[in-house]
Design a protein around this ligand. Sequence first.
Ligand SMILES: Cc1cc2nc3c(=O)[nH]c(=O)nc-3n(C[C@H](O)[C@H](O)[C@H](O)COP(=O)(O)O)c2cc1C
Length: 206
Amino acid sequence: MKDCLKLITERRSITFFDPNREVPLELIKEILEVSATAPSGYNLQPWQVVVVIDKEKKKKLKEICYNQQKVEDASANVVIIANTRAGFDNVDRVLDSWIELGYIQSSAKEQLKETIQMGWSDPQKAKKKAVRDSALFAMNLMITARAYGLETHPMEGYDEVKLREFLELKEHQEPVMIIAIGYKDPNKTLLPRAYRFKFEEFGKVM
Ligand SMILES: Cc1cc2nc3c(=O)[nH]c(=O)nc-3n(C[C@H](O)[C@H](O)[C@H](O)COP(=O)(O)O)c2cc1C
């Protein structure tokens, strides 16, 4: 419990990564699979990722991110993408697993599939669902990385048109954020954590 709280409260957006310390790709994949235990509506898991590790590609991505140096210095950058078609692309795989595990009878599948797909038919609603679930995955990723002794930095500062072009994204693939991952440069110190609003400022009870 205490360890979990530490992982959350001591997470920071690391501006200074050690450019000489690489994170093995296998470890990044492991972290991503742990992160994928995140909850999602109907378990549709609408997130997709592109892991950018190649040095030249990181340089190009840095330019797309308005020259944020951390993109080049981090060992990897995970671009998190929301699949706004997940209600159609993933539904069979998910419902078949529910049948296998006994959550539902196979006779209930088609009706449930129709209900789910109705919710994903409106493009605005589909985007909201896909981005919401992908953001939960992203937060899991930042906490899980810390559990493995790594640091992260989430970013929304990128030229979306250029990012789409760079990754050859399709229309139904919505970039959510980029998360840089790596080890902190031990020679640099971060400023203290900035002010966080108190419950009285962001909450109410009724
Ligand atoms: C979705 C998202 C996008 C962000 N984009 C950027 C960014 O492009 N560049 C940057 O320097 N920081 C970015 N940040 C980091 C925030 O500035 C940072 O989380 C905030 O100042 C609080 O600092 P802390 O994470 O160290 O507690 C982003 C954070 C989030 C959650």
